[in-house]
Design a protein around this ligand. Structure first.
Ligand code: ATP
Length: 264
């Protein structure tokens, strides 16, 4: 491991007696999109919470390992210091302040930033999501699900992070809206922000990412270039819903043989 970018090394996490992550290691190199795939309960959200130091709000704690950004330890910082260090999480479930105006939601994301930095961040966010400029005075709770997801991402961007942690941004969205969110993630990355993306939509995630990790019951069981993982039978079968053609053909032949014996 090189030590540049975001580096997670041997990270273990527990919720009381429940061990949710076991010695998980991964890297998000500067400028990359990296994805973590895994079934429900594999530990994906836990991983993001451990990086953003928000685990304690969920009753969890890191029991071992380190998280660094360009060699600087993040795993001893408070959540706000992690944001200040350049790592910002968009939690699962498009959490927005529903009763607050769109503009105030964005302002909340920029708390602590300087005046000029805030204006530049707001201009970038409005360019990425013009609808948030159009609806600036509206309550966030009145936005559609997709627009609320945009607002959740935009609020995180207001802190001008170097690394964006995205937890299932396409969850519950119609395919068209999910694609729009994916396009935006690509655009955000092109503008220089690294992305660690947790997604249940593996097809979408593998198209966006350069590198992917598979998490199973709290452990990394597979990792490699996204293109390689997309082509692997295991990932195709388990996460892309592709039937293994060879195995299917073998099963069909075996059934044919059995039927022939019966009929004979
Ligand atoms: P999903 O896709 O369903 O969100 P996930 O891969 O993000 O799943 P986590 O939510 O990180 O998985 O959960 C990992 C493990 O930790 C699971 O066994 C889960 O039951 C447990 N867990 C998660 N949150 C808590 C919590 N607040 N308290 C106790 N156990 C928890």
């Amino acid at each position: 491991m090189s030590g540049a970018g975001l580096v997670v090394r041997d990270l273990s996490v527990g919720y009381g007696p429940v061990r949710a992550l076991r010695r998980v290691s991964l890297e998000v190199p500067e400028g990359a999109v990296v994805t973590v795939l895994g079934a429900n309960g594999a530990g994906k959200s836990t991983l993001l919470r451990a990086i953003s130091r928000t685990l304690s709000f969920h009753g969890g704690a890191v029991t071992g390992g380190t998280v660094t950004l360009d060699g600087r330890r993040l795993d001893r910082l408070s959540p706000d210091r992690v944001v200040a260090a350049g790592v910002c999480q968009v939690p699962e479930g498009r959490r927005v302040f529903a009763r607050m105006k769109v503009a105030d939601n964005l302002r909340a994301g920029a708390l602590g930033g300087s005046g000029s930095g805030r204006s530049a961040a707001l201009a970038r966010v409005h360019e990425l999501f013009p609808v948030l400029a159009e609806r600036a005075g509206q309550r966030a709770g009145l936005l559609s699900g997709g627009e609320q997801q945009m607002l959740a991402v935009a609020r995180a961007l207001m802190a001008t992070p170097r690394v964006l942690l995205l937890d299932e941004p396409s969850l519950g969205l119609a395919p068209l809206m999910a694609r729009r969110i994916a396009d935006t993630v690509r655009e955000i990355n092109t503008q220089g922000t690294s992305v660690l993306l947790v997604e249940q939509n593996a097809a979408l995630a593998l198209r966006l990412a350069t590198r992917a990790y598979v998490l199973e019951v709290g452990e990394v069981t597979l990792s490699g270039p996204a293109a390689e993982l997309s082509a692997s039978d295991e990932v195709r079968r388990r996460y892309l819903g592709v039937v293994d053609e060879d195995a299917a053909a073998d099963a069909e032949q075996a059934t044919d043989r059995t039927l022939t014996r019966w009929e004979g």
